[in-house]
Ligand binder design. Sequence first.
Ligand SMILES: C[S@@+](CC[C@H](N)C(=O)[O-])C[C@H]1O[C@@H](n2cnc3c(N)ncnc32)[C@H](O)[C@@H]1O
Length: 339
Amino acid sequence: MSEPEVTPDAIMQLGLGFWGSKALLSAVELGLFSELAAAGPLEGDALRERLGLHERSATDFLDALVALGMLEREDGRYSNTPATEVFLDRAKPSYVGGILEMANARLYPFWGSLTEGLRTGELQNEAKGGGENFFEKLYVDPQRLAQFAHAMTAVSMGAAQAIAAKFPWQDRKTVIDVGCAEGMVPVQVALAHDHISGGGFDLPPLEPIFNQLVSGAGLADRLEFTGGDFFEQDLPQADVLVMGHILHDWGLDEKRVLLQKAYDALPEGGALIVYDAIIDDERRGNAFGLLMSLNMLIETPGGFDYTAADCRGWMQEAGFRESRVEHLVGPDSMVVGIK
Ligand SMILES: C[S@@+](CC[C@H](N)C(=O)[O-])C[C@H]1O[C@@H](n2cnc3c(N)ncnc32)[C@H](O)[C@@H]1O
């Protein structure tokens, strides 16, 4: 039997993967998919003019997006694919481009210093070289705050729906999402379960953004915002506490403090749901989770992602009597600890 052929294809595809990634991010920045959703199929020239593009590379840009499966072209007219029509039109509630807008504006340039981050262990974002905490720096600018919160919602939408569907909510009455940002998790849980009330806890600048999402969903009578700093004060009490993309923002000492605070705030039998792109225990399968951990190097002073075994060990140290892990959607899983 002959040896399987060894080729550099996968290496080259990954190594130059940023070409395709940046083409998509620029398309989102330009509002290409929203334009096509509003106007329907367009000739190349008409589309180029609407987007304000120079003629030199416009056709290559659009056809590259066709080749990458992000646009369709029929008789010289461009249109969205079924997926870009649903998920990349800013006018639709199903829009997930928030995270891509943030990736384009912030993460793409900051990831350019990954090697420096790997050498120094220092973060590489706006807070590089000292100064304010990442969240403080981000939150002085309302536009960046809104962009960040929308990005969080885009990342967490699938997980929020899966948590609403998979956790046994029939046995619980109240939920507080700790570090809730816009509050997509309590909104999805309350929409799916009429008997659930509660809300979200986050830094005070998030309040108007939370209230907007909650009232838009018609849930203002069941969900409310509590402003505060989870390192400075006790967590609000509820039957279920949720921490999504919180633990990975912090180093091990802060992770332990937050888990202890959650334990202290829960009643006997209460549940803590931790969700993240939890890395598989073998640390070889969930590439997204491992790269998310590198993203925490770029974004935070000490944050890192972790395996379910890590999280369950920390929960046990905090006093949780049992814990389990359950897959949610895509790279995301939840670890549920019971007090
Ligand atoms: C990565 S976001 C996660 C948002 C949301 N849970 C999700 O998964 O989409 C982290 C959240 O923690 C909040 N946060 C950061 N430091 C905080 C603190 N000291 N006290 C309360 N919330 C904080 C941020 O404002 C932000 O909304």
